[in-house]
Structure formats: structure tokens, C-alpha cells
Design a protein around this ligand. Structure first.
Ligand code: PLP
Length: 386
């Protein structure tokens, strides 16, 4: 085994000292009123598609994030699907989105019958590279009758989707500036960044629409769930309508006025969410303390570093991220094996989207930073109880 792998495993092991093995990558934490609120749903019979906890979950999420409106959905992918529709993405459009993301971002684009168009990320943030995006748009797209059109394919650009990788905010100022100059809306996939801030403002509230996820491995969980964030009242109302089968409110009549979706979050899950939101500030403090231990443990090591927040951001440290130095790519698989052998469950970053069979024919920009990061990034255990 290489000396660097041994040294990294030793340092991660030291950070994880005192924890029972095996150590999973990320576990949920139910330390508050979860049982009480869920039991109340069962006791009262309000378990399904309507109930006070859905409204309450939306309210506390809007308050916490500073978004004017929050609309709960059955999962984060559904939230993204609707966010894209609300941003005006139409069948046959292209949606510019990072190749470095979880599959949900790209799947949601496909659900709109739009074409994902992959763009590169910055090594410093793991999110969209604004400068590269601007250069790419200037070169390959033209403004045509109020739309931005791909010169090669003739397709309109429906939106830019950014994703805050592992909770680290992307360059929001830079990307928003590009979106503004090209007249394209920004959708923020903030599934991983609940509790992360950019210049004092919560991620997911900068774009026209943003989305959160409460899957079991996220910072907080509702079992499964998602949220749409927006400051636009019309979008919020339409998002609520279309995610609840587009039923026209009436005491007894069943009339639906467009093709809607059954993307409602059940009250049972929302009850879990309300309890989790009460714990969220404390959980993030703990996660930030764990990140601090990792950062200190890796200080001064040549060959690998732990990703840390930029000065104008505050990060939830959803998943701590170890990055091997350039030239050390060949050690990644050995490192993962060694960590897992030590019962420290770690994982590589996702296979980038353009390398997946079903998206391999999609248009793409130069993706050199994406490819470089994919060969070097390893996530290490980050549960709040560690
Ligand atoms: C978790 C996640 C989602 C949403 O996933 P769901 O499991 O559908 O809630 C979307 N995008 C990213 C980047 C994610 O990590």
C-alpha cells in the first residue's frame, strides 16, 4: 500500500476515534420530537395527502431559508421536475447543467422532455464555473427573438441549473450575472445544501426557483421528501397547484384544470420534517465541528486535502470531501478499498453525467475540471453523531 494511502487512512481513523465500527457514510439523526409528531398523525388519522404538518413544514422551511414561499413535494427529484417547468422549460429545450451532479438533476431535465447540455465546474467550488459558462455561451449560442438558441442544434435554452455540491455553494454572483446577461433563468438544485449560505443568504433562494431534498442520506430527512423554494408568488401558487393534481378547490366537485402531478408530501413525512427542522441548527453545528476535525487532521499533508468553505460562504458540511492532489488519481481506488477495509465507509463522487449511457449523446462543453475532480474526490463519514 502506498505511504500516502496509509497516511490518509491513519488521519481519518484518528478523526473517527471513539466511534463504533463500521462507520457508515451518513446516518439520519432523530433526537427531537420525531416520534411524538409522527404518532400524532397516526393517532388523529391525518397521515396522507393533507394535514397541518405539511403547511407547518412549508412555513418553517420558508422562515429558515428566507424564501418567501416553500412548497413541499414527495421527493427532491419531483421538486426539481416542477422547478424546471415553473422556470419555463419546454419540451425540446436545452438545459445547461453541470456534468458533475447526482443523477436526479439530469433525470428531472429529461422528465421535461428537455435535453441536458453539460457544462464544467470549478475546482474551487465543485459547482458551475461562471467564466467558462460565459465563454461557452458567447461562442455557441445566439439571442434570437427573446430566446437564447444553440447555433448547432437550433434548440432554445430553457434554463441553467446549478447544484451546490456536498453543501458547498457555487459561485452564485458569477452564475447569476451570466444568466442575467443571456436572459436565462437560474434553477438551484440545493438538495445537498440545506443550512449552507452564500454571502449570508441561504442557498436555493438566489435563482428563480430552488429545490431541497429530504432523502434518508441528506442533512435532515423526512424518509423521502423535497421542497420547492421561490420568492415569486405566481410560481409558488402554480407549483402547489400542479403538485397536487391541479384540482380546482371546491367543496365536493372534482375538476382538474391542467395535467397535474401527484407529487404531494404526505402529512406523515411532513411531521418528521417539522421535528427535524427543530433539530437542524444543532445538527449543523455538530457537522461543522466534525469538518473542523477533518480539516485540522489533514493540515500540512501533501497529496490530499479536505475541502473547506470559502470565506464568503457558510457550509453545512453535509458530506466531508477529501481531494487527492493532481497526479495521485491512481491511488483513489486503493484508498477507497483501504478505508472500507478499516470499516470507514467512504465513496467516490458520482460517475459524471456525460459518461452515463443514456446521456452520452447529449451536447457538452469542455469538462476537464469535472473529469479531474471525479478521479480524485472521496467522501468520508459525516453523520452528525460522530
Ligand atoms: C438528493 C439529491 C436530489 C434529490 O433526490 P431525491 O432522492 O429525489 O430527494 C437532487 N439533486 C441532488 C444533487 C441530490 O443530491
Amino acid at each position: 500500500m502506498s505511504e500516502l494511502i496509509q497516511e490518509i487512512v491513519k488521519r481519518v481513523d484518528k478523526v473517527m476515534e471513539g466511534n463504533a465500527r463500521p462507520i457508515p457514510l451518513h446516518l439520519p439523526s432523530f433526537i427531537g420530537n420525531e416520534w411524538k409528531y409522527v404518532k400524532e398523525c397516526i393517532d388523529t388519522g391525518w397521515v396522507s395527502s393533507v394535514g397541518a404538518y405539511v403547511d407547518k413544514f412549508e412555513k418553517v422551511t420558508a422562515e429558515y431559508t428566507g424564501a418567501k414561499y416553500a412548497v413541499a413535494t414527495v421527493n427532491g427529484t419531483a421538486a426539481l421536475h416542477i422547478a424546471l417547468l415553473m422556470a419555463g422549460v419546454k419540451s425540446g429545450d436545452e438545459v445547461l447543467s453541470p456534468a458533475l451532479t447526482f443523477i436526479a438533476t439530469t433525470n428531472a431535465i429529461s422528465y421535461c422532455n428537455a435535453v441536458p447540455h453539460f457544462i464544467d465546474v470549478e475546482e474551487a467550488t465543485m459547482g458551475i464555473d461562471a467564466a467558462k459558462l460565459r465563454e461557452y455561451l458567447s461562442k455557441n449560442f445566439v439571442k434570437q427573438g427573446g430566446s437564447l438558441v444553440n447555433k448547432a442544434t437550433g434548440r432554445r435554452v430553457g434554463a441553467v441549473v446549478g447544484m451546490h455540491t456536498f453543501g458547498f455553494p457555487f459561485d452564485l454572483d458569477g452564475v447569476l450575472d451570466v444568466c442575467k446577461s443571456f436572459g436565462v433563468p437560474l434553477v438551484e438544485d440545493a438538495a445537498e445544501s440545506l443550512g449552507s449560505y452564500y454571502k449570508g443568504k441561504h442557498t436555493g433562494t438566489f435563482g428563480l426557483v430552488g429545490t431541497l431534498s429530504y432523502n434518508g442520506n441528506k442533512t435532515i430527512t423526512t424518509g423521502g421528501g423535497g421542497m420547492i423554494l421561490t420568492n415569486d408568488e405566481k410560481i409558488a401558487k402554480h407549483a402547489k397547484h400542479i403538485t397536487t393534481t391541479a384540482k380546482v378547490p371546491h367543496k365536493w366537485e372534482y375538476v382538474h384544470d391542467e395535467v397535474g402531478y401527484n407529487y404531494r408530501l404526505p402529512n406523515l413525512n411532513a411531521a418528521l420534517g417539522v421535528a427535524q427542522m427543530e433539530s437542524l441548527p444543532g445538527l449543523i453545528e455538530k457537522k461543522r465541528a466534525i469538518a473542523d476535525r477533518y480539516i485540522k487532521a489533514f493540515a500540512g499533508l501533501e497529496g490530499a486535502k479536505i475541502f473547506s468553505e470559502a470565506s464568503d460562504t457558510k457550509v453545512n458540511y453535509w458530506l466531508n470531501t477529501l481531494v487527492l492532489a493532481k497526479g495521485k488519481e491512481s491511488l483513489r481506488d486503493g484508498l477507497l478499498t483501504a478505508l472500507i477495509d478499516a470499516q470507514i465507509f467512504s465513496r467516490p463522487i458520482w460517475r459524471p453525467m456525460h459518461e452515463l449511457q443514456m446521456f452520452s449523446q447529449c451536447p457538452k462543453a469542455d469538462l476537464s475540471a469535472t473529469e479531474s475532480l471525479c478521479a480524485r474526490v472521496v467522501n468520508v463519514p459525516s453523520s452528525s453523531h460522530l
